[in-house]
Ligand binder design. Structure first.
Ligand code: NI
Length: 391
């Protein structure tokens, strides 16, 4: 195994200048035109076969090793968020109201560095590395659109890897675990339809507010009574709207919320109970219910074997480092899950906070920024994990 940590540290200025350039010029999902242009330019300079406009603004590049072997797909996301940056950094956003507040600028810079390192070692590699620079990770369907555009085919991929800088943990921490690591997320809208009327003569109306109240209470029973105590799910009603004045029973109530689960069977169970609870309570109270359920993202589930190999690589690369293999999970969601549904692989976390430098604001916060010491660590681990995968 080459000494990827030394190589990544030697390339630090390259990685950092890319990251800061992306950070200064953030672009929203499916509008990553400047970013994708720089990505394509860097990959073309290396002499890779580059495809642009994949699934919108996505970029795909192939690096062939000297000998045939498996195909590994490595993904970075490129999009920023609609947030006004408040970091005060010298490299802060020059695009008002748009900000790299999740670290995707770092992911893109890391993956370009990985391409550069592995290109230099291509004669030692058996197999193909497919680099995937993805648009619109933030709830807009970028991974799905690249899948629909054939990113998993031609050549067909055998395994996949991706990383996320993680500000909940300090630099030097690596979260690598098999099984579910991020939650699956559903968005729901419920419309409870009754019959409006005078507040003083409720028997002539069908009150959707009372039905909605019963539904909200009953929904909290799903996790409490239908899901095993050691398994996890969340059902949250987050908005409720009805009525205009104090003496009119309104004709309808609208509610929205989210469901979060990790295990496919738990998800199925929650959704089944959710639909029955809403419909039958509404009907029992003389109302009708309409449900609009939208899958934001399935759970991000790592293949245990691949996760174990990445853990072993990390322990070798960072002796004495903090490689955390406990089931580090978060109820956030991640659209790399759509790829992991189809291809076995591993999504891992690179600790990136540094509280002493004030770099520990959470993801999606206007003051979010991370310690760039995470960049070479992420690049080294990814390059080593790819190399190990191709062996
Ligand atoms: Ni993110």
């Amino acid at each position: 195994m080459p000494d990827f940590l030394s190589e990544a540290l030697a390339l630090f200025e390259y990685t950092q200048s890319l990251r800061r350039d992306f950070h200064s010029h953030p672009e929203l999902g499916f509008h990553e035109i400047r970013t994708a242009g720089i990505v394509a330019r860097e990959l073309t300079t290396l002499g890779l076969e580059v495809h642009t406009g994949v699934g919108g603004t996505g970029v795909v590049a192939l690096l062939e090793g000297a000998r045939p072997g498996p195909v590994v797909l490595v993904r970075a996301d490129m999009d920023a968020l609609p947030i006004r940056e408040e970091t005060g950094a010298a490299y802060a956003s020059q695009n008002p109201g748009v900000m790299h507040a999740c670290g995707h600028d770092g992911h893109t810079a890391i993956l370009l560095t990985v391409a550069k390192m592995l290109h230099a070692h291509r004669n030692e590699l058996s197999g193909t590395i497919k680099f995937m620079f993805q648009p619109a990770e933030e709830g807009m369907g970028g991974a799905e659109s690249m899948i629909a555009d054939g990113v998993l085919e031609n050549p067909k991929v055998d395994g996949t890897l991706a990383l996320h800088v993680w500000n909940e943990k300090p630099v030097g921490w690596f979260g690598i675990a098999g099984g579910p690591v991020m939650a699956g997320a559903e968005i729901f809208k419920i419309k409870v339809l009754g019959k409006g009327g005078h507040g003083a003569v409720p028997h002539l109306a069908v009150d959707p507010i009372l039905a909605a109240a019963q539904i909200i209470s009953a929904l909290q029973g799903i996790v409490a009574r239908n899901i095993a105590p050691l398994q996890t799910a969340v059902v949250s009603v987050c908005t409720i709207h009805a009525g205009e004045t104090f003496n009119v029973i309104p004709p309808a109530v609208e509610m929205t919320g989210t469901i979060r689960t990790f295990e496919p069977l738990v998800r199925e169970r929650v959704l089944e109970r959710f639909e029955k609870t809403v419909h039958l309570i509404a009907e029992g109270m003389g109302c009708q219910a309409e449900i609009d359920l939208q899958l934001l993202s399935p759970a991000t589930i790592n293949q245990p074997e691949t996760a174990a190999r990445v853990q072993a690589v990390a322990r070798q690369l960072f002796p004495g480092g903090n490689v955390d293999s406990a089931n580090y999970t978060t109820m956030g969601s991640e659209d790399f899950a759509y790829i992991l549904e189809r291809v076995p692989g591993c999504f891992f976390f690179i600790g990136s906070a540094n509280p002493e430098k004030g770099l520990d604001a959470g993801h999606h916060h206007p003051k979010f920024d991370f310690d760039e010491a995470a960049l070479p660590r992420g690049a080294a681990l990814m390059a080593a994990a790819i190399t190990d995968f191709l062996r």
